[in-house]
Design a binder for this molecule. Structure first.
Ligand SMILES: *[C@@H]1O[C@H](CO)[C@@H](O)[C@H](O)[C@H]1NC(C)=O
Ligand SMILES: *[C@@H]1O[C@H](CO)[C@@H](O)[C@H](O)[C@H]1NC(C)=O
Ligand SMILES: *[C@@H]1O[C@H](CO)[C@@H](O)[C@H](O)[C@H]1NC(C)=O
Ligand SMILES: *[C@@H]1O[C@H](CO)[C@@H](O)[C@H](O)[C@H]1NC(C)=O
Ligand SMILES: *[C@@H]1O[C@H](CO)[C@@H](O)[C@H](O)[C@H]1NC(C)=O
Length: 296
């Protein structure tokens, strides 16, 4: 950790005083961000979703402190910091917010649930579901990955169909961007399909040997990947991925474009949930965190 003493000039309103600046934030995409603890004591948390209209942060967290054991879904109010379990759902690994339709979905042990914002309860969508690992909604089509086997299905007209392009492969994470780019990851690597509307557009391996924990996008439709050592972006120049931030044991991120927390990033690691906000000491701390990394 780097410690810096800043002496404010006489022109400053807090003249004659000095401020201790601790540079323990995070450099993201070449810019230094202050880091603040938001929530802890929930074990490792996954699949962060920020619902800006109500100020609620939804996430899935491990009960029993064990990565693959039982998980539950919580919602925490970002302003007053109170947290509540989302009721009505058995288990709870997956969360997806369909921004276009302002609908929030969960994946539990019995299938897909939809959140009722009036009652704050999850309601199951269909009769016989299966345990769900991950969930994604695109144009009202619900895609989900089964807990066992990690197969990708699409739910339509009350039936479940395997997605043909990846019918016989394992899928850990799945995402379609605003620009119809499809990304998925499995134990082999991270793959991209340039346009998922084009039948048989091949899946291109963009990085092997990478553990992806979440795929998301910014408002421009750029894809971001959470790996266990930080945040990556699809680098169109190199055809691979580029690291934007180094964070140990990263689980999940959410990029906040607008509102009170605009330009913030919320992320979770194995212990807690933090927010990153653009720092007024960015100019000073950027250099010190860079030299810290060189020393290591
Ligand atoms: C996880 O373990 C830590 C340390 O033993 C404990 O403080 C924390 O409350 C545990 N979390 C859960 C969700 O059990
Ligand atoms: C926190 O805000 C939520 C609304 O998001 C409200 O339901 C709850 O009562 C508030 N809790 C406290 C302690 O103010
Ligand atoms: C991951 O997906 C690729 C592309 O479809 C496939 O070739 C590979 O076998 C898959 N890996 C696993 C472990 O299923
Ligand atoms: C994958 O990455 C790990 C850790 O970075 C490394 O030890 C291992 O040799 C890599 N495997 C391959 C096949 O590149
Ligand atoms: C940061 O590093 C750059 C390049 O090494 C240097 O020009 C600049 O003066 C440094 N800024 C501070 C505040 O140390």
């Amino acid at each position: 950790m780097y410690f810096l003493l800043l002496f404010l000039s006489a022109r400053s309103s807090i003249a004659q005083s000095d401020i201790n600046v601790v540079c323990d934030g995070v450099v993201f995409n070449g810019q230094y961000y202050d880091k603040q603890l938001l929530f802890k004591d929930f074990g490792r948390s996954y699949n962060l979703v920020m619902h800006e209209a109500t100020g609620q942060l939804f996430f899935s967290h491990a009960v029993n402190n064990d990565t693959y054991s039982f998980r539950k879904i919580k919602s925490c109010d970002i302003h007053n910091k109170t947290c509540n379990a989302v009721m009505g759902i058995n288990g709870g690994n997956a969360i997806f917010y369909d921004q276009q339709n302002n609908e929030l979905y969960f994946g539990g042990y019995d299938g897909v649930y939809k959140y009722n914002f009036m009652t704050n309860k999850a309601e199951i969508l269909h009769e016989k579901g299966m345990p769900i690992w991950d969930l994604f909604i695109n144009n009202k089509k619900i895609y989900f990955i089964t807990y066992k086997g990690k197969n990708l299905y699409v739910y339509k007209d009350n039936s479940f169909d395997k997605v043909q392009e990846v019918a016989d492969v394992q899928v850990e994470n799945f995402f379609i961007t605003k620009h119809s780019k499809l990304y998925f990851s499995n134990d082999t690597g991270l793959y991209m399909v340039e346009n998922h509307h084009i039948p048989f557009d091949p899946a291109i391996l963009i990085k092997n040997n990478v553990t992806v924990r979440q795929i998301t996008e910014d408002i421009y439709g750029n894809a971001y990947f959470c790996a266990k050592d930080g945040i990556y972006i699809d680098d169109l120049v190199s055809g691979s991925i580029k690291q934007l931030a180094h964070i140990d044991d990263l689980s999940s991120i959410v990029l906040i474009p607008t509102g009170v927390y605009s330009n913030n990033i919320i992320y979770s690691d194995k212990d807690a949930i933090y927010s990153l906000s653009p720092s007024r000491y960015g100019y000073y701390c950027y250099n010190s965190t860079q030299s810290d990394q060189k020393e290591n």
